[in-house]
Design a protein around this ligand. Structure first.
Ligand SMILES: [Zn+2]
Length: 286
């Protein structure tokens, strides 16, 4: 019985993968046949009245897979089983990145995703976004090194309280990542739950950390990841007021009014094989 169950799951996985490819080809075909997409987007910007996609338009588009990583280090005896979700051994991380490259994935950055969702801008074939949360040093030492092997770029969601602390990235390392073309984005000051923000927290957790990051990189901070992936719908419009173009949750459902501020990501858990990750990507993003 168990075998039949797994066979069905595998078949469903393959079907989903097939569907994904078909849809992707459709997108490419449209953009080739209809060369107006990019011009229209440009005209919208130049005209001053920048048209924004409606929530329904954004929700109807094929989702781009976004992966989320935390620590990249070998497991210790003291790590709990639950912690293994957030701890990816370096050899595994390397294998997973290689699998993505071998499978034809191309990394994209938040501006590309934003333009795709908002203006219908075209993306490279098999787009994927790789993101890192929490400022851990190994995301620089191991993460960036492995990405570089495949010409990949990533997004680093920084909680600024940790900058320069032992086992976390320094200002110089964050600057280097930014200079190399990775995107530096916000993950609050000290990881406070966004759903529990007070009025003062918009200054403490959002505005000040953004200024800190902007002083380090010389670039504007325009993207945000919710600590714990938790958001509060009533607070979503405020993110735009504070300069963010988009924000990222984890694998829960997007907000139907603010899909740009609830872009989904999946965690690649430390116990996944490369095959598990491949199947998870195809199952989670439709
Ligand atoms: Zn976090």
């Amino acid at each position: 019985m168990k075998h039949i169950f797994f066979a069905i799951i595998t078949a469903a996985g393959l079907m989903l993968a097939a569907c994904t490819n078909t849809i992707k080809v459709g997108i490419d075909k449209n953009s080739i046949q209809d060369g107006t997409t990019t011009e229209t987007a440009a005209a919208n910007v130049e005209g001053g009245a920048k048209k924004e996609a409606t929530a329904a338009e954004i929700l109807s588009k094929k989702e781009v897979p976004v992966l989320c990583y935390h620590q990249i280090r070998d497991w210790k005896a003291s790590d709990s089983k639950r912690a293994h979700d957030d701890i990816m051994p370096p050899a595994k991380f390397a294998a997973h990145m290689k699998m993505l490259a071998d499978s034809g994935y191309h990394t994209i950055l938040p501006d590309q995703l934003y333009d795709y969702l908002n203006n219908g801008a075209t993306l490279p074939e098999k787009p994927i976004m790789i993101t890192f949360d929490d400022t851990d040093l190994d995301q620089y030492t191991v993460g960036a090194k492995e990405l570089k092997k495949h010409g990949f770029k990533g997004v680093y969601f920084i909680m600024t309280v940790s900058i320069g602390r032992p086992r976390y990235m320094s200002k110089a390392q964050i600057r280097e990542l930014s200079d190399e073309g990775h995107v530096i984005a916000s993950h609050t000051w000290n990881h406070k739950n966004f759903a529990q923000f007070t009025d003062e927290d918009w200054e403490i957790q959002i505005d000040k950390p953004n200024k800190t990051l902007e002083a380090i990189t010389g670039k504007k901070v325009e993207y945000f990841a919710y600590p714990y992936g938790v958001f509060k719908a009533a607070n979503l419009p405020k993110l735009k007021e504070h300069g963010f173009k988009a924000a990222f949750i984890l694998s829960t459902k997007r907000d139907e009014n603010y899909p740009m501020y609830t872009i989904r990501r999946i965690i690649d858990p430390g116990n996944y094989t490369a095959r598990n990750l491949y199947n998870s990507i195809n199952k989670s993003f439709k």
